[in-house]
Design a protein around this ligand. Structure first.
Ligand code: GLY
Length: 583
């Protein structure tokens, strides 16, 4: 556990302008909220997960207990997004003392992984190897993280917390249109793996919405986990079956990799900037988000830093936001990776001087792109899941979990019901070459044994004296820009979760040099202005992301929550004695 007194802070004086930053590259100590919330709230991507989590809270469990239940149910009801075969990040805040920490349950490269394992004989990356099948899968971290959450922060026994997931896996549930859509989009890959077709298809056909998915093998795997804790997954029957499935399919997993996997507690990235509340009063906003091996916190704060401009009042124009995204994603590509393996100069990346230098490079025209090879455009496939939880004691969880691509690597380990992730594609197969998200990364993110691939998952808290927002989203490289847009809206006084999660989105990730935008993201005038400045615009081929957010309006002692209208989720507030649904 990281001691509070180990926390380094770098601060500069507040200047009283919109978005002026007080940079604190690392910080684990949030302030306990002045008042406890009037109830509990959960916003997740699936109604069954939200309801199971609320039941745990109603029985006296805390937000961390509920997080275990919600994660496990999501693993069953959204098998294309997350699961025991994947990993994730859980950002926690303990109400009693304000302690904040990020649980890193990210997948880890197997011990025999090599930096050139995704290169063909010609030295070129072979995308199929890092994206599909056994070689694409890192050692999963979700089970280790859930056991750790329950043991260190929860109050209820693991078997109770996993019971809803076990029941739904065994009894089945009716899949929705999102399931149908993701199977169809990955069908040709999924058909390579007979066990996957046996479990996730309807008698060999891509299922329609309403079909009942039963996962008895996954129920048994969850049962072994419930009874045995982390060793019930990382040793014994489950580990042996997972390793055997990997090896049979040409993978390199070993039992030693499972024995070596450890969940890590990391100090969140945090920083403070100036914005305004819903009534236009200026106030200080603190952002707390994911540290490496996620890039989320650093990229978010760097972009906010670049936008912090003492000479400007009001929200920054879209052109400047796009340029800030471009610059922050460029540094992601250059410098970021698992900082257990590479040195990241976070203080420098987030220093006001560096931000000022980057800001000076922004002109009235779009910046000329650097000379990187043309990446593939992102295919914008929906994947990953995010949920937010707040309990009546002020405990919070923002968690983003993934198996990367929809249905991960496509390979289901026989006898376990566990779909293996394809998170190894988040490593740099070759410096400067794009991954499935069109993202380029460099040497800092090269494959190394037991290293964790750089992520974009960005579970985040926004805190002011009068408000708290718990948020995050899904969508690979586009997660960070979604959270940035929501943060900028929050800083402009928008506080309603329903509006924050529904906002039309736009995205620039440095390479490709393109501003992707959802319908309605820009007015005709803004679009014309961006084009005149030299930006390359492209409509997003589909609406993207699935944000789940909770707001605690401290001043008015009111809770609200919202689940993204793009998804099938449920946000719900549970006040003493009654339920108050969001959307
Ligand atoms: N697999 C997507 C991410 O971690 O960013």
């Amino acid at each position: 556990m990281l001691a509070r007194d180990m926390i380094r802070r770098i601060t500069v004086p507040l200047l009283g302008m919109w978005l002026c930053m007080v940079v604190a590259p690392a910080g684990a100590g949030g302030d306990p909220q002045a008042a406890d919330p009037p109830g509990d709230a959960i916003a997740s991507a699936h109604p069954l997960a939200t309801r199971a989590g609320l039941q745990v809270l109603a029985e006296g469990g805390n937000a961390f207990d509920a997080a275990v239940t919600v994660s496990a149910v999501l693993a069953v009801v959204e098998p294309w997004n997350s699961g025991l075969g994947g990993g994730g990040f859980w950002l926690l805040h303990r109400g009693s003392d304000g302690y904040q920490v990020m649980i890193d349950g990210r997948e880890q490269a197997p011990g025999s992984a090599r930096r050139d394992m995704y290169l063909g004989d010609d030295g070129e990356p072979v995308a199929d190897r890092s994206r599909n099948g056994a070689l694409a899968a890192g050692i999963p971290g979700t089970a280790a993280a859930l056991a750790h959450l329950a043991q260190r922060y929860g109050t209820l026994p693991l078997p109770r917390l996993l019971a809803p997931a076990i029941r739904i896996a065994r009894d089945g549930f009716a899949v929705g249109p999102a399931y149908q859509d993701r199977v169809q989009r990955r069908e040709s890959i999924l058909r390579r793996f007979p066990e996957t077709v046996r479990i996730f298809f309807d008698d060999g056909f891509a299922p329609e919405a309403g079909w009942v998915l039963r996962q008895p093998e996954l129920a048994e795997t969850l049962e072994r986990f419930a009874q045995g804790g982390a060793p019930g997954f990382y040793a014994g029957t489950t580990a042996k079956r997972l390793v055997a499935a990997s090896r049979e399919a040409g993978g390199i997993w070993s039992l030693e990799d499972f024995a070596a996997y450890q969940v890590k507690e990391r100090t969140p990235i945090s920083g403070t900037f100036r914005g305004q509340d819903a009534d236009g009063r200026e106030q200080s906003i603190r952002l707390v988000s994911a540290p490496p091996p996620s890039s989320g916190g650093i990229v978010l704060l760097q972009a906010l830093n670049v936008l912090a401009d003492r000479d400007r009042r009001g929200p920054p124009p879209v052109h400047r936001v796009v340029e800030a995204m471009r610059l922050a994603y460029r540094d992601r590509a250059r410098y970021l990776g698992d900082d257990d393996f590479v040195t990241i100069d976070t203080a420098k990346l987030l220093s006001p001087d560096y931000a000022a230098a980057l800001r000076r490079a922004i002109s009235e025209r779009a910046m000329a792109p650097d000379r990187l090879p043309d990446p593939l455009p992102s295919s914008e496939q929906g994947n990953t899941t995010h949920y937010s939880i707040l309990d009546r004691h002020g405990n919070r969880v923002a968690a983003t979990l993934s198996i990367n691509f929809p249905f991960g690597s496509g390979l289901t380990a026989a006898g376990t019901g566990v779909l293996l992730n394809n998170e190894m594609d988040d490593f740099s197969a070759a410096p400067g070459r794009p991954n499935v998200w069109g993202l380029v990364t460099g040497e800092a993110n090269s494959v190394q044994p037991r290293k964790r691939p750089l992520s974009s998952m960005s579970p985040t808290f926004l805190e002011t004296d009068s408000d708290l927002l718990i948020l995050g989203s899904v969508g690979g490289s586009r997660i960070i820009s979604q959270v940035l847009q929501a943060t900028l809206a929050f800083a402009s006084g928008e506080r309603e979760p329903a509006r924050l999660v529904a906002m039309p989105r736009y995205h620039h990730q440095y390479s490709p040099d393109t501003v992707f935008h959802e319908p309605g993201a820009f007015s005709e005038a803004v679009m014309a202005d961006l084009v005149a400045r030299g930006h390359h615009l492209a409509p997003a081929s589909r609406r993207y992301g699935n944000m789940n957010a909770i707001r605690f309006d401290i001043r008015n002692h009111r809770l609200s929550a919202a689940s993204d209208p793009r998804g099938e989720g449920l946000a719900s507030v549970q006040l003493a004695g009654k339920n108050q649904n969001g959307n």
